[in-house]
Design a protein around this ligand. Structure first.
Ligand code: TIU
Length: 227
């Protein structure tokens, strides 16, 4: 068992029982012309977390840990997109419309890809999810059960939407969930701060928050012990 410095208190993480979950690091959210921008957001803030995410992903892969990537995406016929989601508000482009990176938030379109810097490797799990949460209408829980996973370490975007929803879903399903704060970002800095506070308030009502350096340090310590 490995113990990471985290808040509201230390996070126990047994690597063989822990999965790294990378939420929606897609061109649709991070680059101009995708879903995030179509909602009226300034997307430039989100790219800043990529180097920290890459460091964690490389360290996690090096020790053979389970990696799960998610994509918020819909079938080309939009049969898994509720009208309430597609018709909300008056955006310039709706889900399914053709934008600069292909059809907005549609599976298989260039904009829906995970960014090249964090591209999944063969053998890593990629979950296509029609909702904000990673568990809703996906096979994620069954996959985690098969692998005996009990703890989840989260990175990705956006902090208060898909990341927080996924962490709340995980918490209700009995997982211990940790969010790496320098590996997540929001279009709104105040929402990120509030989300980190909400997760950790009341004795970790949703889960834990830590800097990625705490996880990397714990992994390095374990490697030193093994070596
Ligand atoms: N709009 C926004 O902040 N987020 C989303 O729509 N999806 C995700 O967070 N992935």
């Amino acid at each position: 068992m490995k113990v990471l410095q985290a808040r509201p208190f230390a996070f126990d993480c047994t690597p063989a029982q822990t999965a790294l979950v990378i939420i929606d690091m897609q061109r649709d959210f991070i680059e101009p012309g995708g879903f995030g921008e179509s909602l009226g957001n300034q997307v430039s803030r989100l790219g800043a977390i990529v180097p920290a995410c890459q460091r964690v992903l490389a360290a996690w892969r090096a020790r053979g840990g389970m990696v799960i990537h998610t994509r918020e995406s819909h079938a080309p016929d939009l049969s898994d997109c509720p009208p309430a989601k597609r018709l909300r508000g008056s955006p310039a482009l709706r889900i399914g419309d053709v934008g600069p990176m292909g059809r907005i938030l549609v599976r298989g379109e260039p904009g829906n890809d995970i960014i090249a810097a964090l591209a999944p490797l063969p053998g890593e799990v990629v979950i296509d999810k029609p909702g904000k949460g990673a568990f809703y209408a996906t096979g994620l829980q069954a996959l985690l059960s098969e692998r005996g996973i009990t703890s989840l370490v989260f990175m990705g975007v956006t902090t208060e939407v898909c990341v927080q929803t996924s962490m709340r879903e995980a918490n209700d399903r009995g997982y211990d969930a940790l969010l790496l704060e320098d590996c997540t970002e929001s279009y709104f800095s105040a929402f990120k701060t509030a989300t980190l506070d909400m997760i950790t308030a009341q004795g970790g009502i949703v889960g834990w928050v830590a800097e990625s350096t705490a996880l990397l340090a714990a992994l390095a310590l374990e490697d030193a012990r093994a070596g």
